[in-house]
Design a protein around this ligand. Structure first.
Ligand SMILES: Cc1cc2nc3c(=O)[nH]c(=O)nc-3n(C[C@H](O)[C@H](O)[C@H](O)COP(=O)(O)OP(=O)(O)OC[C@H]3O[C@@H](n4cnc5c(N)ncnc54)[C@H](O)[C@@H]3O)c2cc1C
Length: 287
């Protein structure tokens, strides 16, 4: 089998923007007819669940922990990069893209890295709107620091607990949608299998970690946001829940898997990361 990453055509700056424009939109009145399962409540999962619900979809959100706030994203410390160029030191979307491709040993998918650099500024705006208390200068403007060997200051941070503060922000957005009735939370559930119908992910089997019972859940789409899997290695600073269980089930059901070596083992590898790299998979054919 050949892994088709489905990167759109065109020049690097317009690939994803053009593709997004060409996608068929769902009428706002029809969105409530669709249900999406989101597995994982770290920065990827809680943001995806909250955003999908905000758009009007019905969401079922699952995690192993007793609370979405306990996802491993809470451990991240250093900060999150964005090409805001607040320091006027020559930063730009292209420079963030360039540094990230270089920092990734030229192995990353360049179109996707460009998209990440484009979106980096919006991510900071979204986090601020969610109430994340980023470090500020005395005048009140958001502060930046130079991080991980970059020549510009583009890292937004909240002391040494950026991940925790970001997760609290995403959690608040998620709980707002829970209160609005658009997200149904299923904590203490471990995904045991993926239900695939006609080549599309349509549901999951989970174990209720309190009662031990198996449950099945159906949806129109499944989004796996189950994080890194450093625990496949003997030594890891990752939490025990970062254990590849969900991604492996998708793999067993036919999802193709690329670059499994790209996982965070010690925290010291984090510096090259441009933003919180969420591992979200929306269908088994696009890992
Ligand atoms: C110590 C440390 C420092 C870091 N510092 C930085 C930094 O400075 N900057 C930066 O950009 N990045 C940093 N990172 C990396 C960053 O934190 C992660 O890449 C990011 O938080 C991952 O988010 P996630 O939502 O994909 O996964 P996670 O937060 O790990 O969430 C995974 C979710 O999936 C759920 N799950 C997993 N398996 C199953 C299953 N089988 N069934 C049901 N649910 C399941 C879990 O319960 C959890 O809710 C750091 C990481 C660590 C560990």
């Amino acid at each position: 089998m050949i892994l088709d990453s489905k990167i759109p055509g065109g020049s690097i700056e317009e690939k994803w923007t053009k593709h997004k424009f060409e996608l068929k939109l769902v009428n706002p009145a029809n969105k409530r007819k669709f249900t999406v399962i989101v597995v994982g409540t770290g920065l990827a999962g809680s943001s995806a669940a909250a955003s999908l619900a905000e758009l009007g979809y019905n969401v079922k959100s699952f995690c192993i922990q007793d609370s979405p706030r306990r996802a491993h994203s809470i451990a991240a410390q250093g900060g999150i990069n964005a090409a805001k160029n607040y320091k006027n030191d020559g930063d730009s979307v292209y420079r963030l893209f360039y540094d990230t491709v270089k920092g990734g040993d030229f192995r990353a998918r360049e179109a996707n890295v460009h998209r990440l650099a484009e979106n980096s500024n919006l991510i900071i705006d979204q986090c601020v709107a969610q109430g994340v208390p980023f470090g500020r200068e005395y005048g009140g403007l958001l502060d930046n620091r130079s991080f991980g060997g970059t020549q510009v200051s583009r890292t937004f941070y909240a002391r040494g607990q950026t991940g925790q503060q970001l997760l609290l922000g995403a959690y608040q957005a998620l709980m707002r949608q829970v209160a609005a009735g658009k997200v149904k939370m299923f904590p203490r559930r471990e995904m045991m299998d993926l239900v695939v119908i006609d080549g599309k992910a349509r549901g999951i089997i989970v174990r209720n970690l309190i009662t031990g019972e198996l449950e099945s859940h159906v949806a129109d789409a499944v989004c796996l946001c189950t994080g890194g899997y450093g625990n496949v290695y003997y030594l890891s600073t990752n939490a025990q829940g970062s254990n590849v269980t969900a991604a492996f089930r998708a793999y067993k059901r036919g999802a193709l898997f690329a670059n499994p070596c790209y996982t965070q083992i010690p925290a010291t590898l984090r510096f090259t990361r441009p933003a919180f790299l969420a591992t979200a998979t929306c269908s088994p054919s696009s890992p």
